[in-house]
Design a protein around this ligand. Structure first.
Ligand SMILES: NC(=O)c1ccc[n+]([C@@H]2O[C@H](COP(=O)([O-])OP(=O)(O)OC[C@H]3O[C@@H](n4cnc5c(N)ncnc54)[C@H](O)[C@@H]3O)[C@@H](O)[C@H]2O)c1
Length: 287
C-alpha cells in the first residue's frame, strides 16, 4: 500500500513536528486541531523550525517553501481525514479524548486507511477497540523535538497486522526515523525506563543524598547523557512524568512506579518545569 496523504490530528508540540517531517519527506499533509488559534500556533512552530534548518543551511529556502506548501490545515476532522491513507493522532494524552477520535476516523476513513497514535502509554489495543479495523491500528511513538530525534517506537498490539507494521516501518524510514518495534504494554519500552529515572532522582533529593545540580552533573559526566534527570524532568514536564508513572502503576500495580511524594507536591504547586517557567530548577537551585 502506497501512502500519499497523511492526516495529523493535533497541532501541538508533537503533531506539528510530525506534520513537518512528513511534509519534508514529500507527503501531502492535513493537520487538524479543534480551533484555528491552535493551528496557527502549530504552523508558527513549524515555520520557526524549518527557518532554523534553512538558516543553518541544512535545507534550502525552496525545500522550506515546498514543505510549508504541502501542509493544509483544518478544524474539521471528518473532512480532513476522509481521503487520508495514513492518520497519526497526536492529541492530549487522555483516553477519553483519543477514543472519540478513533471512532470518528473509523466512520469516515476508507477501510484501507491505517490509524496510528502517538500516545506515550495508552494501550494501542484500547484505541483499536474503538474501531472495526484493529489490525490497522498501531502506535507510532515519536520523541520531542520530532525534527531532531531519530528514534521512533513502533507499537504493535496483539491485533496489529504484519502489513500495517510493514507500511508503518516504511513510512517511518521515509521520514528519516530509525524505528524500533515493541509490544503493546504499559509505557512501552521508553516510558518504562525514563520516568523511573526521574522518580529515583527525586527520591535521592528527598533523602538529601546529594544536591540537585550535583546529581545532574554526575549523571551527565558519567554516562555522557546530554542532560541530567532533573533537567530532563523540567524539559518533559514534571506533570507528564507523574502521569506516566501513575498510568503504569494503575495498569500493573508495580510499586516502583508509584510517584514519589516530592513529584506530586511539585505538580500541586505548579512547578512543572519549562512550561511553567519553574520546576526542579527554580525550586532547588535557590540559594
Ligand atoms: N510532549 C512530548 O514530549 C511527547 C513525546 C511523545 C509522545 N507524546 C504524546 O503525543 C501526544 C500529544 O502531545 P503534545 O505534547 O503534542 O501535546 P500538546 O498539548 O502540545 O498538543 C495536543 C494538541 O491536541 C489538540 N487537540 C485536543 N483535542 C483534540 C481533538 N479532539 N481534535 C483535534 N485536536 C485536538 C490540542 O488543541 C493541542 O493543540 C500525547 O499523546 C503525548 O502523550 C508527547
Amino acid at each position: 500500500m502506497a501512502i500519499k496523504k497523511v492526516c495529523v490530528v493535533g497541532s501541538g508540540l508533537m503533531g506539528g513536528g510530525i506534520a513537518q517531517v512528513s511534509a519534508q519527506a514529500g507527503y501531502e499533509i492535513t493537520m487538524v486541531d479543534v480551533k484555528q488559534e491552535f493551528i496557527d500556533r502549530g504552523m508558527k512552530g513549524i515555520k520557526a523550525s524549518l527557518g532554523k534548518f534553512a538558516e543553518k543551511g541544512k535545507i534550502s529556502q525552496a525545500d522550506m517553501e515546498k514543505a510549508l506548501a504541502a501542509i493544509r490545515t483544518s478544524t474539521n476532522l471528518k473532512e480532513a481525514a476522509k481521503d487520508a491513507d495514513y492518520v497519526i493522532e497526536a492529541v492530549f494524552e487522555r483516553a477519553d479524548v483519543k477514543i472519540p477520535i478513533f471512532e470518528q476516523l473509523e466512520e469516515v476513513c476508507p477501510k484501507e486507511t491505517i490509524l496510528a497514535s502517538n500516545t506515550s502509554g495508552i494501550p494501542i489495543s484500547l484505541l483499536a477497540s474503538a474501531t472495526q479495523r484493529p489490525e490497522k491500528v498501531i502506535g507510532m511513538h515519536f520523541f520531542s523535538p520530532v525534527p531532531m530525534m531519530k528514534g521512533l517506537e513502533v507499537v504493535k498490539s496483539l491485533l496489529t497486522s504484519e502489513e500495517t507494521l510493514k507500511v508503518s516501518l516504511d513510512f517511518a524510514r521515509a521520514i528519516g526515523k530509525e524505528p524500533v518495534v515493541v509490544k503493546d504494554s504499559p509505557g512501552f519500552v521508553t516510558n518504562r525506563i525514563i520516568p523511573l529515572v526521574m522518580n529515583e532522582a527525586a527520591k535521592l533529593l528527598e533523602e538529601d543524598l546529594a544536591g540537585m545540580e550535583d546529581i545532574d552533573s554526575i549523571v551527565r559526566l558519567s554516562f555522557n547523557w546530554p542532560m541530567g534527570p532533573f533537567q530532563l524532568a523540567d524539559l518533559v514536564g514534571v506533570d507528564v512524568a507523574v502521569d506516566l508513572l501513575e498510568g503504569i502503576y494503575q495498569q500493573t500495580g508495580w510499586e516502583r512506579y508509584k510517584p514519589t511524594p516530592l513529584l506530586k507536591r511539585m505538580v500541586e504547586v505548579g512547578y512543572l518545569g519549562r512550561k511553567t517557567g519553574k520546576g526542579f530548577y527554580g525550586l532547588f537551585d535557590k540559594k
